[in-house]
Design a protein around this ligand. Structure first.
Ligand code: PEP
Ligand code: MG
Length: 666
């Protein structure tokens, strides 16, 4: 992308100078056509414009000099303008670079959801905790300046309200805050920066405040340094206020043909985009096993994760995109040929449903019976799951009932949903996982947002009243058919004990006999839990391996971070041996072990773990058919040597080699 990393123009009477750093993004670089276009544009301003690259210098109005710069794709250039129109000239030229001189069809790779194709204009979605940075067209300058002014006005009103109690300290604080909000680097300079740099309001504010913050930080005086924090906090508050207005704007566009582009996306955002009718979703965050990716696949939404962040930041609102989630490619500004090629492909907006009769019971090639269940997040995934031949629901992620709303669903609302899932399963078992809110699935943005923080059972036990509401709703729904209750993120046996105690309390409140409670199981998704299985088995009726989290914690790879996604190697000896141990211990302890993480949906891996003794797998409905077919092609009996070698560990490369042999051997 190319955007001005603007050193702000320092207007001084008589002499106006502006700078910007840009990158060449079009495939053929600064060749004759863009050079001519730059030259034409430059000549229209009353300013002397110079472009520097790699120690060379060119006048922006000379095609020959521009060509001699030899600026190829990816080159970083410095623009400088001097004269009465300096700022406008720099903004216009930087915009031209950002636009790739209007000539390029680019293809950005990413991790696709494999749910078809989405076509539409970019819609940028702001995230709460980051400071968005993107180029804006000249026509959007006034709108951005208005957003900034509104945020400052709202913050001012808020600060004044704080001061109503008559407390002297608060009064002093609010007067200081109001003073800061009036300073020119908060209002006047950013407004000017929006125009000069053609950047969004949040970024303009950041650029201006960063200068002040840097000055404070550079001071040797601790009191002055502490003041830097006041400005950082103010920046975040104002950006937060602007985020609210951006989200409102996103709603206005509901139902239109647009593709959401965002630096990072959580599961809640995927639901928002799906419900608002967006054609697709592109983000630089995430990995195959992130909740957002799992959900996009489950909803059949074309999505692309782990796309180059820098390239995404350079996309302007409304830029035309074709998102091919099957090939894992994002076509930016597709040319006519590409548009034609994709014209026939249409996106699937629903989870794929198998047609025809439900298939026969799943067996391996040598006749071993394996039970395939489905993972669901929403009730409307139930029918496609059964149409695909699921024998039940192996993982109902109940937390999705809690997301994207300000209030909590009460017992009654939960009961209605859970009862519908049980009734809709027609006697097939449903495993309800109690709410695993946190990390990338929403939460309040504090301790919830840490993968190792207050999520899953930890959060439930901190809020026993709310947890019991969920348990009562589940117990009442159990009257309609078979169900099991599964607890997420358990690592201490005491957590299970406490959950069972609350379940019994809930049962007495709903009048359920204590000897007729649904089976209670534990997810094995923390390495420590693998080793605590003997203690957990005293109370747990079954175990389900959550490979998404187990891999995340075993290898210290945040499943949400695209930057480390490659390190989440399911063939890592640490992962293989944890999984093998879990399956073996399940047998020794006489407890069923199933697998419901994304690894269960990998046909070869699924077969592999069946050689170790796994007999139950749960996955997104769309994967059932492929896993069933792979099992039908592979024999798993007499694979003791393979299983032993796996359990004994080895390098990831050796394990991959074993797998390859297994795949070829059938
Ligand atoms: C897992 O961790 O593998 C799992 C199935 O649970 P979730 O993906 O919802 O964390
Ligand atoms: Mg998990």
């Amino acid at each position: 992308m190319s955007r001005p990393t603007s050193k702000r123009a320092k207007p001084s009477p008589g002499k106006r100078i502006a700078h910007a750093a840009v990158e060449v993004i079009n495939d053929w670089g600064l060749h004759a056509r863009p050079s001519a276009a730059l030259g034409r544009l430059a000549k229209g301003f009353d300013a002397k414009i110079t472009i520097r690259h790699d120690g060379r210098k060119a006048s922006a109005s000379s095609i020959a000099q521009l060509l001699i710069l030899e600026a190829v794709k990816g080159s970083h250039l410095e623009l400088e303008a001097e004269g009465p129109d300096a700022e406008e000239a720099i903004a216009a030229l930087a915009g031209m670079f950002a636009d790739g001189f209007g000539e390029d069809h680019r293809v950005l790779p990413g991790e696709g959801s494999r749910c078809g194709v989405a076509v539409g204009g970019v819609h940028i979605l702001h995230q709460a905790n980051d400071i968005p940075h993107y180029s804006i067209p000249k026509t959007a300058v006034a709108q951005e300046q208005k957003r900034l002014a509104q945020a400052i006005k709202d913050e001012r009103r808020h600060v004044r309200e704080l001061d109503k109690g008559g407390d002297r300290l608060i009064a002093e604080f609010s007067s200081m805050m109001l003073g800061m909000l009036d300073e020119e680097h908060v209002a006047a300079q950013p407004a000017q920066q929006i125009r000069a740099g053609l950047v969004n309001a949040e970024w303009a504010l950041k650029v201006c405040l960063d200068e002040v913050i840097e000055q404070f930080n550079a001071s040797g005086n601790e009191v002055i340094q502490a003041h830097a924090n006041d400005y950082s906090q103010m920046l975040l508050r104002l950006v937060g206020r602007m985020a609210a207005t951006r989200r409102k704007r996103a709603k206005v566009r509901e139902g239109t043909k647009r593709v959401v582009v965002s630096a990072s996306v959580g599961a809640a955002d995927v639901i928002d985009c799906y419900r608002a009718g967006y054609a697709g979703l592109v983000t630089s965050s995430g990995s195959y096993s992130s909740h957002a990716a799992i959900l996009a696949r489950g909803l059949g939404m074309p999505a692309l994760f782990a796309v180059d962040a820098k390239a995404l930041r350079g996309l302007a609102e409304d830029t035309q995109l074709i998102l091919d989630s099957d090939a894992g490619e994002l076509h930016v500004k597709p040319d006519k040929e590409v548009v034609k090629r994709f014209a026939k492909k249409t996106a699937r907006r629903r989870p794929p449903a198998a047609r025809g009769k439900a298939p026969a019971a799943t067996k391996t090639r040598d006749g071993v019976r394996v039970h395939l269940h489905a993972n669901i997040e929403f009730l409307d995934e139930l029918a496609p799951a059964y149409a695909a031949g699921a024998e039940g629901i192996g993982l109902y992620r109940t937390e999705f009932l809690f997301l994207n709303r300000d209030d909590e669903p009460g017992e009654e609302e939960q009961y209605v949903a859970y009862a519908a899932a049980v009734k809709g399963s027609g006697g097939r078992p449903v495993t309800f996982r109690t709410a695993d809110i946190g990390h990338d699935k929403g939460g309040d943005g504090s301790s919830h947002s840490s993968a190792m923080g207050l999520r899953g059972i930890r959060d439930s036990l901190r809020r026993p009243a709310a947890f019991k509401e969920q348990l009562r709703a589940l117990l009442r729904a159990s009257a309609h058919g078979p169900m099991r209750i599964m607890l997420p993120m358990v690592v201490h046996a005491a957590e299970l004990d406490e959950a069972v105690r609350l379940l019994r309390e809930a049962a007495s409140e709903t009048g359920q006999p204590p000897d007729r409670l649904p089976p209670v199981g534990v997810m094995i998704e923390i390495p420590g839990a693998v080793y605590a299985m003997p203690q957990l088995a005293r109370r747990a009726d079954f175990f389900a391996i959550g490979t998404n989290d187990l891999i995340q914690y075993a290898l210290a790879v945040d499943r949400n971070l695209a930057e480390v996604a490659e390190l989440a190697d399911s063939c890592h000896p640490g992962v293989i041996s944890l999984l093998a141990r879990t399956v073996r211990q399940g047998k020794e302890l006489g407890r069923e072990v199933t697998m419901c993480g994304e690894l269960a949906a990998d046909p070869l891996m699924a077969c592999l773990y069946c050689t170790l003794g796994l007999r139950g797998l749960s996955m997104g409905a769309g994967k059932i058919e492929a896993v069933r077919a792979a099992l039908g092609r592979h024999s798993i009996r007499g694979r003791r040597r393979l299983a032993e070698r796996l359990a004994a560990g080895g390098s990831a490369a050796e394990i991959r080699e074993l797998l390859q042999g297994f795949a070829e051997g059938g």
